[in-house]
Design a protein around this ligand. Structure first.
Ligand code: SF4
Ligand code: SF4
Length: 473
């Protein structure tokens, strides 16, 4: 009787193994350290800088104002945020077209926090081999002590990151003072939740998820290839020089071994934070950290081979379509120039817009409850609310006049002007009146002209014209 075929279990899910990369040393590792120090000095340090008696950069969401040094932005200035987003997007396109995933490798918060957590791993548990050994060893007092120290440090970094993040939105000195004096009642639920959540995410993404975020969650990894072309600088292994790979004695001649320059030491794989082998070609998982370049250069130095078996190069140069020396010339290609031009234009518009914007903005809101009414002088009157926002650091004095009919009056506003404190928004009800013979049935265009200046400084006087409509009988 024929035997039934053996049942075979096919696993559709493959769990990922924890990667313990070796720390690379070299010029690109130094650049990464520099980038991490610079970005983190900015992130952790900026909320502590004061300017004119308050936090220099403070995104005061409940107060609906963003303070950036001497500039106060209100909800009406959201257009500048759109400009900033456009600059970020085009900046990313531009850099990616020129040099691939520079952002990922050097400045992305995911890479930066993963790297910081790896530094802690390295500091407490030692280099790759020691970490692998420790993970495999049974639990004992030493292992518990080492792991506890590591998690204490990770917790400290994550907690401080969460507190710092909140400090961009709530004055950080107050938050830190309240936390360290255990004055929990003074901290709002939103503050506590945001700090705890951001701290948790720092730990979760930086320590637990690590390269999995870049491999499986980040959309940029997927669409970056659309911005690549054959002249984009990417980190590549040179198979023409490296193959056939193989181990050999240090001073063995090429004629003797018949091998390429790759000694198959796997150092480029051991330092890779995403656990790939660059020798398999360009892969979407590669975050462009250049650790493999440093690792391979070190090996090339030891073997007395020229550096650059793994290097920044372009696909076309690697395929010998032009010599490597020509790579620089290819920088000025239409796509790069196009992205660069758009980027420069948006930057200019943003800077000009920010420095020439009206520091006082006024919304004229028609009182819909009363369309038109007759006042004591027998004039026809419309009611308006003037919502005046002062986006500057100085008190502004606002006066106004109105035009549109042969005879027209503006009532309710102090002729000496109304004072608007720095960063404040106030609402002032006013009445506009004219004689009925000028304003027949329907809507009539009128114009408000506002004058505003720093209190007591006529030289700062500026004009703002706003249109409105007057409803006749
Ligand atoms: S580090 Fe260089 S020599 Fe060593 S395996 Fe990688 S490519 Fe080959
Ligand atoms: S392949 Fe090289 S550049 Fe890419 S992630 Fe790995 S180490 Fe970094």
């Amino acid at each position: 009787m024929a035997q039934a075929p053996k049942e075979q279990v096919v696993q559709l899910y493959q769990g990922s193994k924890r990667i313990h990369p070796k720390l690379a040393k070299g010029r690109f590792a130094n650049l990464r350290i520099l980038a991490i120090v610079a970005t983190q000095l900015f992130f952790y340090g900026m909320p502590w800088i004061n300017w004119s008696g308050r936090q220099a950069v403070w995104f005061d969401i409940p107060g609906r104002h963003f303070y950036i040094f001497g500039m106060v932005l209100s909800p009406g200035d959201l257009i500048y945020l759109a400009g900033l987003l456009m600059i970020s997007a085009f900046g990313l396109f531009w850099w990616t077209t020129i040099a691939g995933r520079l952002w990922c490798g050097y400045a992305c918060p995911q890479t930066v926090y993963t790297e910081i957590m790896l530094w802690i791993d390295h500091l407490v548990e030692g280099d790759r081999n020691k970490r692998l050994k420790l993970d495999k060893s049974p639990w004992n007092f030493t292992k518990i002590r080492i792991k506890a120290t590591k998690y204490l440090l990770i917790f400290a970094v994550a907690a401080w990151t969460g507190i710092t993040f909140v400090g961009w939105f709530v004055p950080i000195r107050t938050v830190v003072a309240d936390i360290f004096t255990l004055n929990w009642a003074a901290l709002s639920t939103a503050t506590l939740f945001t700090a705890a959540f951001y701290g948790f995410m720092t730990w979760f993404f930086g320590h637990i998820m690590r390269e999995q975020v870049c491999k499986h969650m980040c959309p940029y990894a997927r669409f970056q290839s659309a911005m690549f072309d054959q002249d984009t600088l990417v980190i590549s292994y040179d198979p023409a020089r490296g193959e056939p790979r193989g181990a050999r004695k240090k001073n063995a001649s090429k004629e003797e071994t018949q091998l390429g320059d790759c000694i198959n030491c796997t150092m480029c794989v051991q330092v890779c934070p995403v656990g790939i082998d660059i020798r398999d070609g360009l892969q979407y998982e590669c975050i462009g950290c250049a650790a493999c370049i440093d690792a391979c250069d070190e090996i090339m130095d030891k073997m007395n081979y020229p550096r650059g078996l793994i290097r920044y190069t372009t696909e076309a140069a690697l395929n010998k379509q032009y010599p490597e020396a020509e790579i620089k010339k290819r920088l000025l290609r239409p796509k790069v120039v196009g992205y660069g031009a758009i980027l420069a234009a948006v930057c200019c518009l943003l800077v000009v817009g920010l420095f020439t914007r009206d520091i006082v903005s006024i919304d004229i809101i028609k009182d819909r409850g009363v369309m038109a009414r007759e006042n004591r002088q027998g004039m026809l009157e419309n009611l308006y609310n003037l919502r005046i926002s002062n986006s500057s650091e100085t008190e502004q004095v606002v006066t106004a006049e109105v035009s549109g009919f042969n005879t027209i009056q503006l009532n309710g506003l102090d002729p000496q002007g109304i004072s608007v404190p720095p960063g404040a928004t106030i609402t002032v009800p006013v009445q506009v009146a004219t004689y009925p013979e000028y304003a027949g049935r329907g809507s009539h265009p009128i114009e408000f002209t506002f004058y505003y200046q720093d209190k007591g400084d006529d030289s700062t006087r500026r004009t703002l014209v706003e249109k409105a409509s007057f409803i006749g009988e």
